[in-house]
Design a protein around this ligand. Structure first.
Ligand SMILES: Nc1nc2c(ncn2[C@@H]2O[C@H](COP(=O)(O)OP(=O)(O)OP(=O)(O)O)[C@@H](O)[C@H]2O)c(=O)[nH]1
Ligand SMILES: [Mg+2]
Length: 334
């Protein structure tokens, strides 16, 4: 353990924003310091309320995150925000009006905003996002909010890291609500229909409610009402006893924010009272453990195996002297 990482962690724990920012940079760069820091911090995690905000581009996620942060600040709670999106207003991609809104949040010592670059592959981004959230959690922020945008799987992967996932929709995005195609309706714990000042909001709300109702009934029937939750193998806990609320908001006019916050609180209470919270945590950690084991074992094996051996086996595969499964047996048994 290098002393520089240790002192960085200590500074972070005593409130240094500079140390906090540097630690998150280490995570973003996948630097060895990140591993050391996370080992020191891990015991302090699991305290924050984590909220994921996801949805199609331009639905108003950043505006909503800003409004939620303001709301929590009024209750004297602290808020850490991770925005995984290169076009996010947090990184300066938005219209001027939004940037002004963000700026006065940024001047508040009870709020920490960080954007994460979307480089690296899917799994890697989910990993670094999760680790950045852990640092904010350990730093003592009451709420840790992550905003993600992207196509389908990306949203799903990252959304899984939060306890409460808010799916943001907006009216007039076409009758086929985008989330259905991407398969992210399943991961929503709360749906915010933002831009409720726009025409067509009632249609969107109705369509979403109908789809939620359908999904809910299907699951209830297939489980005969016996199973409370189910690990789908991919780390998503499918939940039968939580009815996803649909909340209307107008982020630009700070409307519906208290309702949204209430829906989040209700979901948190549900998670704790039903035991789902503990179960979600366990499933998430199991997935992480498996992923980390996989990559550790692979890199261990590749380190022990010479390039010649590997190429030799590959050639045997090419000339059909050896089949792939036997090749693996041969490589792991050396
Ligand atoms: N009319 C109306 N416009 C809104 C509302 N909320 C956000 N907007 C506008 O919608 C645009 C996009 O808002 P953002 O908060 O940047 O949306 P986003 O989902 O974070 O966008 P990306 O991060 O680029 O995917 C901005 O011009 C906002 O001013 C709303 O409730 N009503
Ligand atoms: Mg945004």
């Amino acid at each position: 353990m290098t002393s520089s990482v240790q002192s960085l962690v200590e500074q972070m724990l005593t409130g240094s924003r500079r140390a906090l920012a540097r630690l998150i940079s280490h995570i973003e760069n996948e630097a060895p310091e990140a591993t050391e820091a996370l080992a020191l911090l891990y015991a302090r995690t699991g305290q924050a309320v984590t909220i994921g905000v996801t949805g199609a581009p331009g639905t108003g996620k950043s505006c909503l995150v800003t409004e939620l942060a303001r709301f929590y600040r009024q209750q004297e709670k602290t808020v850490g925000i991770v925005a995984v999106d290169p076009t996010s207003p947090f990184t300066g991609g938005a219209v001027l009006g939004d940037r002004f809104r963000m700026r006065d949040l940024a001047g508040d010592s009870g709020v920490f905003i960080r954007s994460m670059a979307t480089r690296g592959q899917l799994g890697g981004l989910a990993r670094t996002t999760f680790d950045a959230m852990r640092v904010l959690d350990a730093a003592g922020f009451d709420y840790v909010i992550v905003e993600t945008v992207g196509a389908g799987q990306n949203e799903v992967e990252i959304a899984k890291v939060a306890d409460t996932t808010i799916l943001v929709e907006a009216p007039g995005m076409g009758d086929d609500i985008q989330a259905i195609k991407a398969g992210i309706l399943e991961i929503a714990d709360v749906i915010a229909v933002n831009k409720a000042d726009r025409p067509g909001v009632q249609n969107t709300v109705r369509a979403l409610k109908a789809m939620l109702e359908l999904g809910h009934r299907k699951r209830a029937v297939s489980h005969h009402g016996q199973m409370m939750m189910q690990d789908d193998g991919g780390g998503t806990i499918v939940d039968d006893f939580w009815m996803v609320p649909v909340v209307q908001t107008i982020a630009t006019q700070s409307e519906g924010i208290a309702d949204l916050a209430q829906a989040i609180t209700d979901h948190q209470s549900y998670l704790h009272e039903s035991g789902t919270q503990v179960e979600r945590d366990r499933v998430r950690l199991k997935n992480e453990l498996m992923q980390r084991l996989q990559s550790a074992l692979l890199s261990d094996l590749l380190q022990k195996t010479s390039a010649e051996t590997l190429n030799g086996v590959l050639e045997q595969l090419v000339v059909r002297e050896l089949d792939p499964a036997s090749a693996v047996q041969k490589l792991v048994s050396v």
